[in-house]
Design a protein around this ligand. Structure first.
Ligand code: NDP
Ligand code: 13P
Length: 328
């Protein structure tokens, strides 16, 4: 993201690690690519808050609230915050209790909810879309969506993000765009599982198609419009993530499908796979909200309860889906 922004503007990139900050500024290299000369890494968040009006907080969802609390004293109502995190926040309960106690709608928040709850910032937005980091780092083209209720957030983000590498769409449907980016990770995980088991494109296409329907059902149950799910933030990101070995969610699923357990994959992978945590949340949320989401249910049982993939396939193939297009 820092290198993409540097097409148009000077960038201050924050790291909480003084050691990493010093090393990045010295080596000017990260993830195998040079840091753009307009990017400066800083370890002091107050400097960023003082110099920058537009901020892009992007950390894993389970750390997002803690990160906001650590910076909130420096934030002012004049700041614009656009997050790029594709996960959900859980409050009011211990996450470890979810399998035993379940979860209610009131426990679940988006990252824009968290920004507003934890800071004085009002003008918030979300950055989403098919943005596999490895492809962006390699200079490949893509498109992103900036979702916000505020025109100035969309306009400012477009000004700094649009380039020959990145097309930027704007939308006012913030909840729809955010949820699409969150929910597609679960289907990407499932797609990786199918590949790991050795199954082909017909069934992958069905998973993506019916998975998209479940994304729409979740979105509507959580209060969003369905249109975002059929655009770049929805089907666009779903195709990228559910078909690419460069997706960490897809690769996590691939290893599960190849026969490894959740504990084995988690213990041996440094890579973040937001879809695993999202699956835990959405499956239990679906139960409390009485949603009909058989793919989510089967994926949960495969990943968290070692249910055999073949049994899950049998269940889904014979599931009484009555109508093909049942969500328009
Ligand atoms: N990578 C991708 O292709 C894409 C990722 N996303 C989303 O972006 C989010 C982050 O993913 P990604 O960057 O890949 O994750 P990584 O695990 O690669 O990086 C996480 C970064 O967040 C930092 N961090 C974590 N907690 C804090 C905190 N409390 N304060 C300051 N910094 C913190 C970590 O710093 P430290 O090194 O100090 O631990 C680390 O640099 C996820 O929700 C993901 O879904 C969205 C689109 C594409
Ligand atoms: O959201 C992403 C691409 O848009 C990143 O996907 P992964 O987290 O699965 O790598």
């Amino acid at each position: 993201m820092a290198n993409l922004l540097a097409y148009n503007t000077d960038v201050l990139m924050y790291s909480r690690s003084a050691e990493l900050t010093e090393r990045l500024n010295r080596e000017r290299f990260r993830f195998g690519v040079p840091l753009h000369e307009r990017v400066t890494v800083v370890n002091d968040f107050s400097l960023i808050a003082e110099r920058c009006q537009l901020l892009f907080p992007i950390v894993p969802s389970n750390n997002f609230r803690e990160m906001m609390r650590s910076i909130t004293d420096h934030l002012r109502p004049s700041h614009l915050l656009i997050h790029g995190t594709k996960g959900l926040d859980i409050t009011g309960m211990d996450e470890l209790d979810i399998p035993k106690k379940g979860i209610e709608r009131r426990n679940v928040h988006t990252m824009t909810d968290v920004i507003r709850q934890e800071s004085v910032v009002v003008r918030v937005g979300a950055l989403t879309g098919p943005n596999l980091a490895r492809e962006l780092l390699d200079g490949q083209p893509s498109a992103s969506v900036i979702a916000s209720k505020f025109d100035e957030v969309i306009d400012r983000a477009k000004l700094v993000l649009k380039s020959s590498q990145l097309h930027v769409f704007g939308t006012h449907d913030m909840l729809g765009a955010e949820l699409a980016g969150v929910l597609k990770n679960v289907i990407a995980l499932g797609s990786g599982i199918l590949k790991g088991v050795g199954l082909g494109k017909n069934i992958q296409a069905m998973l993506v198609t019916r998975g998209l329907v479940e994304m729409v059902h979740f979105g509507q149950a959580l209060g969003s419009d369905k249109r975002a799910f059929f655009g770049t933030a929805g089907i666009g990101d779903l195709i990228a993530t559910a078909t690419s070995k460069k997706s960490r969610n897809y690769m996590f699923g691939y290893r599960i499908g190849s026969g490894e357990s959740l504990a084995e994959v988690t213990a041996t992978s440094q890579e973040l796979a937001e879809g695993v945590r999202t699956l835990m949340i959405t499956r239990h949320l679906a139960r409390s909200m009485r949603l009909r989401v058989p793919i989510t249910e089967m994926l949960y049982q495969i990943v968290f309860e070692q249910y055999p993939v073949t049994e899950a396939m049998n269940y889904l193939i014979t599931y009484p889906y009555d109508v093909d297009v049942d969500f328009l």
